[in-house]
Structures are given as structure tokens and as C-alpha cells.
Write a protein that binds this ligand. Structure first.
Ligand code: GLU
Length: 506
């Protein structure tokens, strides 16, 4: 492996649920950029909101990331040169930095009760103003504050916001200006709740905007690629960089993913977790290919190995990806397109992959024992036969059912055809030739069988093939007989032919 470049990007999920598709897209863009530049992808767990964060959710996020196969180079699991990678394990670092700001009078204690802050916030909103702290505690001296803390009062620390304009040079948005006063004095640590133990005496509980900057700086992050719903956080984060005199990373705020109703994608307007998509039978490869096109484009039509300009292999995604291709306007999550993409991947991925991923859907439908009773070779052949007509992995069971049960049923069109007098000769020839068919049935023996039915019936072309297919499979269309018939036993084929023949006579 050639030497790593100095590009360092990060994905920083808050473990408050499953991995969201919007999060997966941020992860993908960061992953692609790291691969493309031979840089490093850091996975950091942002769990300072202890009321909402759980280890269970962290575990699920790791699992989903493993499923979609976007591994990071540094993380709480694999470690790395800037540990720890979980914010709840970095509390003393935040305490040190908070103290520095306090010592420099760049932060002050805020004793305002939560309810009072809430009331003021609501009032501002009612008056159509952006809620901003009114500075009630800004003048409390450090000595007075310490005396109050000693008496048992609780407080968080507020950053004394700089009164100046900031211009963010964003790769996607261009110059974003944050006017003086858009940001009021904001919490860098919040007031601890009764049951919470502070990280250090009188420091409070560090919050996202503060921790994020410290971590991005200490972890040498060079590019912050994240959703543009974070822009208002960026306004605060720029101030923290400024306070410490730290160099800014390059920011790329990517446009949101919207549901079909053009509202932010959520449970209401479509599935939103990666877990759910995978559980519903979507392939990770299709999901990633779909996600990369949400808010990013190659700019020009390009040649891909698939022959389709939007179907990329991971290698192609890496080589084509470029921050310049990130788009400003929100992308709409079009499930129909995702389904189409999935059906393409159902056909094009190696059979082993479809088989391995499809197995649990077959087991859920037919039972683990029933599936285990079939040979792997047989299972792979059926999966291969029906994958082309399956949009999702979860469509495999219904398409495979006839082979599992040995009975494909009879579609109306096929029943109609079999009732026609001119089909009688073919039906008779199929019956007779089937009796002579040796087992195991192979595609070669089906070739010979079809010839024999032709000779015996005297039928030709469509007049031969249509009724032959109808009596053997119960359908007038479908995969080649030499592929589908060997998946049944001779007994199963004979039984189906008898049933359909009896139906055709009624
Ligand atoms: N922890 C934040 C979130 O899950 C991400 C923050 C960031 O990327 O800066 O939304």
C-alpha cells in the first residue's frame, strides 16, 4: 500500500437509533473521498447527549456499516493514533479545553434555569425573532459563580460569542456568510441534571458543538463533509476554532435528502434507516450506488463497466468521485429508481453473493430445516434461475416457491391454451416422453426430451413450444425449460402434468 496522504475525513454519528440513509450517504461520500485521495477515514461516536445515546444503537450502527461495507481506518473498534474515538471517553479533554476558555474569560457560568430559558426562547419565536441568549449571567464574576457552585447551584458554561461576521468558504455552498449577532452566547457545556456526575468540578456536561471542534482539531481532520442541516452548528463551531486560534478544516455541506413529498426524509415519507432497507431485501451495493447519486454527479456522461451511465462498481465510484461534483440543491429519494437499481444488481452480482444474501429470506419463508434439506448446488441453481425476475432479495421466495413445493400451479392463460383441441397431441407426447425420461434430469436430457415431444406430436414452432411449456410449467412464458425443468424431480413433473391435463379436460 502506498503511503497515506494527509487527507483525514470523518463520519461522526450520534448513536441514537439505526444508521439513517442520510447518514449512510455522508459516510459514503467521506469514504469515497478518503479512498480517492489515499487518505484516512475516521469513525467517531458522538454520544455526549447521554439521554439519547445508547450502546445498543452504537452496536447497530457498527453492524449496519459492516453490512454496507464502508470500513473506517480509525474507530472505537479498530483504534488508531488519536484515541479514544468515542466522545464519552474523551470527557477530560473537553474539561481541559473548557477550563482554558473559562480562564481566558471567553466563557462564563450560566445559572439560568432550563424552564426560564425555554420560556424566553418561545417568546422570541412568537415575536418572529431568532432566539438568542439575553446575557443574564454574562456579568457574573468568576468568584461569585464559584461561590454559588459551592453552595450547590448548578450551571453550564456559555461561550462569549465574538461579535463579528464570519465567511465560511464551503466547497458545496460557496461563500456562506454568518452575520455578527446570528450566534448568541451558546453553551459549550450544559447544566448537569440532578443525577449526572460532572466531568470535572463545576465544568458541566460538554455539548456537541464544542466537542466536535476539539475532536476535529485534535484528530487532524482536514475535511468535514456533512449534511447542510449542520450549517447552523458550523456558525458556532467557527467561533470555537477562532477562540483557540485553530486552523479551519475544509467544509463541504451536502444538500439534504428529501422524501417524495420534498420534505426532509423521515419515517413519515419513506423508510429512513439502512437497516430497514436491508431487512426489506435491498442489496447494499444497490443502496450505495443509489445513495452516491443523491446529491452528487459525475458532471459528464461516462463509460462504466456496466454499460449504464449510472451503474457503478465501487472502484468506479472511487475513481469518479470528486467534491466538485457535490450538488447544491436537495436530492429527492426516489424509491422507484432504487428498486430499478436493485433489480439490476440482482442480475449482475456474482451468484454466490445473491445466494448468500438471499438465504435468510428463503429460511424465513420455508423454514431453516426445509432449506437445509436442499443441496447448496440445487439452491444456487434455483436462485440463479429466478433472480432476473426478482426486484428484491425478498422476492426470491415467492419466485422460488414452485421449485420448493414441486408445484408451479397453473396460470389462466396456460389453462386456456391447454383446453384447445390442438394442444391434445402435445400433451399426450409430453406424458409419454416424460415416462421415458431418465433421472437425474439434466439440461441435455431436456433438450432430447423436447425433440422427442416434437417427433411424437408432429407439432412445430409455437404450436409445439407453447403447449409444452404450459403443461410442464403452468405458464406460457418463463425461463428456458432446460434450465427450469431439471430443478424438479421426475415425479413432481409427472404429477403436475397429470393435474393440468385433468384440468384441461373439465
Ligand atoms: N453527530 C452529528 C450527527 O449525528 C454529526 C456531526 C458532524 O458531522 O459534525 O448528526
Amino acid at each position: 500500500m502506498s503511503q497515506k496522504s494527509n487527507v483525514r475525513v470523518r463520519f461522526a454519528p450520534s448513536p441514537t437509533g439505526f444508521l439513517h440513509v442520510g447518514g449512510a450517504r455522508s459516510l459514503l461520500f467521506n469514504y469515497l473521498y478518503a479512498k480517492k485521495t489515499n487518505g484516512t477515514l475516521v469513525l467517531r461516536i458522538e454520544d455526549t447527549d447521554q439521554a439519547r445515546s445508547t450502546r445498543e444503537s452504537e452496536r447497530m450502527i457498527f453492524e449496519d456499516i459492516a453490512e454496507i461495507n464502508l470500513p473506517s481506518d480509525e474507530s472505537p473498534i479498530v483504534g488508531g493514533p488519536f484515541p479514544p474515538y468515542r466522545q464519552s471517553d474523551r470527557m477530560s479533554i473537553y474539561a481541559d479545553h473548557a477550563k482554558q476558555l473559562l480562564d481566558r474569560n471567553m466563557a462564563y457560568y450560566c445559572f439560568c434555569p432550563e424552564e426560564e430559558l425555554g420560556r424566553k426562547r418561545e417568546l422570541a419565536l412568537k415575536l418572529g425573532k431568532v432566539p438568542q441568549y439575553d446575557g443574564t449571567c454574562a456579568g457574573i464574576t468568576i468568584e461569585d459563580a464559584r461561590a454559588r457552585l459551592k453552595k450547590g447551584e448548578k450551571a453550564g458554561l456559555r461561550f462569549r460569542a465574538f461579535k463579528k461576521d464570519y465567511i465560511l468558504k464551503d466547497i458545496v455552498k460557496g461563500d456562506v456568510s454568518f452575520q455578527e449577532n446570528v450566534v448568541g452566547d451558546f453553551f459549550i457545556t450544559r447544566t448537569p441534571r440532578e443525577d449526572e456526575k460532572e466531568i470535572a468540578d463545576g465544568i458541566g456536561m460538554p455539548v456537541y458543538n464544542f466537542c466536535c471542534v476539539i475532536d476535529d482539531h485534535l484528530m487532524n481532520i482536514t475535511h468535514v463533509i456533512r449534511g447542510d442541516d449542520h450549517l447552523s452548528n458550523t456558525a458556532r463551531q467557527l467561533q470555537i476554532y477562532d477562540a483557540f486560534g485553530w486552523e479551519l478544516p475544509t467544509f463541504a455541506h451536502i444538500a439534504m435528502v428529501l422524501g417524495s413529498d420534498r420534505q426532509k426524509l423521515s419515517k413519515r415519507n419513506g423508510d429512513s434507516s439502512v437497516h430497514e432497507y436491508l431487512a426489506n431485501g435491498y442489496l447494499p451495493q444497490a443502496l450505495l450506488n443509489f445513495l452516491v447519486l443523491l446529491g452528487w454527479s459525475t458532471g459528464a456522461e461516462i463509460k462504466t463497466a456496466s454499460g449504464h451511465p449510472e451503474l457503478f462498481t465501487m472502484e468506479e465510484m472511487i475513481s469518479l468521485f470528486d467534491l466538485k461534483g457535490l450538488q447544491k440543491s436537495p436530492a429527492v429519494f426516489d424509491v422507484t429508481k432504487l428498486q430499478w437499481m436493485n433489480s439490476q444488481y440482482m442480475r449482475s452480482l456474482p451468484l454466490d453473493e445473491i445466494y448468500t444474501r438471499g438465504l435468510r429470506f428463503l429460511e424465513a419463508e420455508f423454514g431453516v430445516d426445509h432449506v437445509a434439506a436442499k443441496s447448496q448446488e440445487w439452491l444456487k441453481r434455483v436462485v440463479d434461475l429466478v433472480r432476473g425476475e426478482s426486484t428484491l432479495l425478498s422476492d426470491l421466495p415467492k419466485n422460488i416457491r414452485p421449485y420448493f413445493t414441486g408445484d408451479a400451479g397453473t396460470e389462466a392463460e396456460a389453462a386456456e391454451l391447454l383446453k384447445k383441441p390442438e394442444s391434445a397431441a402435445v400433451i399426450g407426447a409430453v406424458e409419454a416422453s416424460l415416462a421415458e425420461l431418465a433421472e437425474p434430469i439434466t439440461s441435455e436430457s431436456i433438450d432430447a426430451f423436447q425433440k422427442k415431444v416434437g417427433e411424437k406430436s408432429g407439432a412445430k414452432g409455437k404450436g409445439l413450444f407453447m403447449p409444452m411449456r404450459a403443461i410442464l410449467t403452468g405458464k406460457t412464458h418463463g425461463p428456458e425449460l432446460k434450465k427450469s425443468l431439471p430443478l424438479f424431480t421426475k415425479q413432481q413433473l409427472m404429477a403436475q402434468v397429470q393435474t393440468r391435463k385433468a384440468q384441461s379436460l373439465t
